[in-house]
Ligand binder design. Structure first.
Ligand SMILES: [Mn+2]
Length: 299
């Protein structure tokens, strides 16, 4: 019997306004060199932080807007803390500010359910991955979501938080951690903000993972200084892939894979998307779903 053809999912880490880097990686993944069109067998998930740092934030937003318009079933856009600056009152100072048109585009994506908090995928070996900007901490998973066992359920619940508490001063979804507050780690920092070394990993050392995770935002390994930001026992659980700038920490119940290339104002050099294979129905949203599929909480 011929099975359903395998489908490729490529998860792209933080872009940081580096249009040329994003374009080059999409071409490597099979996008048409002229038109940029994605091949039919590929779904891209981008983990957020499209903007700031690099030279071309507005053009990155425009490129992604094109994919969301023309190939909406093949581009899943997640929200990062840098996009959130334009969706709510800004919470941190940043030297750059997006132009009004780009900010409006982000707000339209958010209102239309095109900018999500979480995606999920089950690979063809059966391993489930939750994909978010900064990772889902054990405390947020347990206390805010009520400890869902599957990645699909967790993604649906996270996306259901969009708009649910927009009026609140400090809604769980946007709960920042040590990176913003410059104090000790925050138990239950949200999926846009959790610091990998001090807020994401520690909780999962004490709690078996219900599913694996892929995230951007920051890293356990400082790629520039070439040293771990964590003690040796945690570092020893982590395998580095230098060429791709991926770090994989093996824990009880699953693994946590960090894919932030850590671009600064200059691109970092070598990096790559994290790729896996799945069957078309085993990703969120499914490959053929209409735009807005997946219970974002926005009607
Ligand atoms: Mn970030």
């Amino acid at each position: 019997m011929v099975g359903v053809p395998a489908h490729r999912v490529a998860v792209i880490g933080d872009v940081g306004g580096h249009l040329d880097e994003l374009r080059a990686e999409l071409r490597r993944l099979g996008a048409d060199a002229e038109t940029g069109r994605l091949p039919d067998d590929l779904t891209v998930v981008q983990v957020g932080d499209l903007v700031h740092r690099g030279p071309a934030s507005a053009a990155v937003i425009q490129l992604v807007d094109g994919y969301l318009r023309t190939q909406p079933a093949q581009w899943v856009q997640l929200v990062g803390n840098h996009e959130a600056q334009y969706l709510r009152e800004p919470v941190f100072r940043w030297p750059e500010r997006l132009d009004a048109r780009s900010a409006r585009t982000l707000r339209r994506w958010w209102a239309d359910g095109l900018l999500r908090v979480a995606a999920w995928v089950r690979d063809d070996a059966g391993e489930e991955f939750l994909i978010t900007h900064a990772g889902l901490t054990a405390e947020f998973w347990r206390d805010t979501l009520g400890a869902p066992r599957g990645a699909e359920r967790a993604a649906t619940m996270l996306n259901g938080l969009i708009g649910a508490d927009d009026g609140a001063d400090n809604p769980a979804l946007f709960r920042a951690g040590s990176m913003l507050h410059r104090r000790g780690p925050v138990r239950g920092a949200g999926p846009l903000w959790a610091c990998t070394a001090t807020e994401l990993l520690p909780g999962w050392l004490a709690t078996p993972l219900p599913f694996s995770q892929v995230h951007g935002h920051d890293s356990l390994f400082d790629w520039r200084k070439r040293r771990f930001r964590v003690p040796g026992d945690l570092a020893r659980l982590t395998v580095l892939e230098d060429e791709a700038r991926h770090e994989t920490t093996a824990l009880d119940g699953g693994r946590i894979i960090g894919i932030d290339p850590c671009h600064s104002g200059e691109p970092c050099g070598r990096w790559a998307a994290w790729e896996t294979r799945t069957r078309p129905a085993q990703a969120h949203p499914p490959a053929q779903a209409p735009p807005g599929f997946g219970g974002s909480g926005i009607e």
